[in-house]
Design a protein around this ligand. Structure first.
Ligand code: GMT
Length: 376
């Protein structure tokens, strides 16, 4: 099929999922067209099956805010017409679902019936989408999508609680390509550069926004390193980074914490890791936790949002109440304290991650696209 994918091209989970999905669809013989303002960070190659169309914004002094939705919907119309796309799959409702609705209307006027699939990712519903500023338009665009999917049962329930949704939301879990993690382990998993052999490595990866509670990551690590020699790797960039750095200075653990910035080499970093920390205020799914598990890294997380659907308490890691740093630290120590326990959790995490393999998820999206195509 010929599919357009609209997403944020950044390191955020929704962009990563959209990009990995697009690449897997192209591998499976579909023609995929990414439509966004930059080449997605994980899109490392283009081919005759994998295209990228940049949405350019014309700056004009009258505009205090540049009208991205207008430029995006015009680009969608152009690409659908030129490449005869059958489906537009938009990731993250704001403003992609709204722009897709506009594109669809413009195309209908020309006798072209493109179908719109909207995937809800989390903050487009929980933190941003339900805000009165956006709520009306988000609800409208969800209700006018041909198919709506959510990345966890929890996100589906939350969407139904916060909005008047008049259609069934299908839950399709996020996924990983397990082979990439196996390859990283074979290739370059050389942890010696980061920690001494007797030290454990704890990792956190995120966009360093408030919702991630980076200070809790540092506080948990602070408790752990008192009992177990260890290092903390912090991957990502964002507004909370400076606060995090200051806290490491205050707690006098600066030398044991490495801020690695944004990275496209997440699989390599994860293969060094013994434990992943995700104490978020909420996560619709927690793709970073799943990626960690695919790299045989157990997870200490909160029990908020969709996290209990990904991290299984006592098996792949542990879940704690929000802000309960003490419990998280206690659980972390219980996993890291001896090699046997750590090996058991690592193996459980990996086995559980396999259930979210792209091989299981891709056919579900393909079936949705096909049903859209048939109903044109
Ligand atoms: O976590 C973020 O702030 C980024 C955000 C995004 O839209 O890229 O992530 C959301 O979508 C991911 C992919 O579906 C989920 O794994 C994350 O849990 C979700 N983030 C939140 O719900 C806070």
């Amino acid at each position: 099929m010929r599919i357009g994918i609209v997403c944020y091209p950044t390191f955020g989970g929704s962009g990563v999922v959209a990009t990995e999905l697009g690449m897997a669809l192209a591998d499976n013989g579909h023609e995929v067209h990414f439509i966004t303002y930059n080449q997605p960070v994980r899109l490392d190659f283009l081919s005759h099956k994998l295209h990228f169309h940049q949405v350019l914004i014309e700056e004009y002094p009258l505009f205090q805010y540049q009208p991205y939705e207008l430029a995006l919907s015009s680009k969608m119309v152009e690409v659908v017409k030129k490449y005869h796309l059958e489906v537009l799959h938009v990731h993250y409702a704001i403003p992609h679902a709204y722009a897709a609705f506009m594109a669809k209307q413009m195309l209908l006027e020309k006798g072209i019936n493109v179908k719109v699939v909207t995937t809800l990712h989390g903050t487009d519903i929980t933190l941003v989408g339900s805000h009165p500023t956006y709520k009306t338009a988000v609800e409208f665009s969800i209700n006018h999508s041909d198919v709506v999917t959510a990345v966890s049962n929890n996100l589906k329930e939350t969407t139904n609680e916060l909005f008047h949704v008049n259609k069934e939301i299908r839950v399709i879990y996020n996924f990983i390509d397990i082979k990439k993690y196996e390859k990283a382990e074979d290739d370059d998993c050389n942890r010696i550069a980061l920690a001494k052999p007797e030290e454990r490595i704890l990792t956190h990866i995120s966009n360093f926004r408030k919702v991630k509670r980076i200070e809790d990551v540092i506080k948990v690590f602070y408790e752990v390193q008192k009992e177990i020699p260890s290092k903390l790797l912090l991957v990502g960039e964002g507004p909370e980074r400076v606060k995090a750095e200051n806290l490491t200075k205050k707690l006098k653990i600066k030398e044991s914490v490495y801020f690695l910035g944004n990275s496209t080499e997440v699989t390599k970093i994860l293969c060094y890791s013994d434990l992943f920390l995700l104490p978020s205020q909420t996560e619709s799914f927690g793709l970073a936790a799943l990626e960690a598990m695919a790299a045989k890294t157990p997870v200490i997380s909160t029990n908020t949002g969709g996290l209990p659907e990904v991290n299984i308490h006592g098996k792949t890691g542990f879940l704690s109440n929000l802000e309960d740093v003490e419990d998280m630290a206690k659980n972390a120590i219980s996993i890291l304290k001896d090699d046997q326990t750590l090996a058991r959790f690592k193996s459980n995490a990996y086995e559980h991650a396999k259930k979210f393999s792209i091989q299981n998820i891709l056919p579900v999206y393909e079936e949705i696209y096909k049903s859209c195509y048939k109903s044109r």
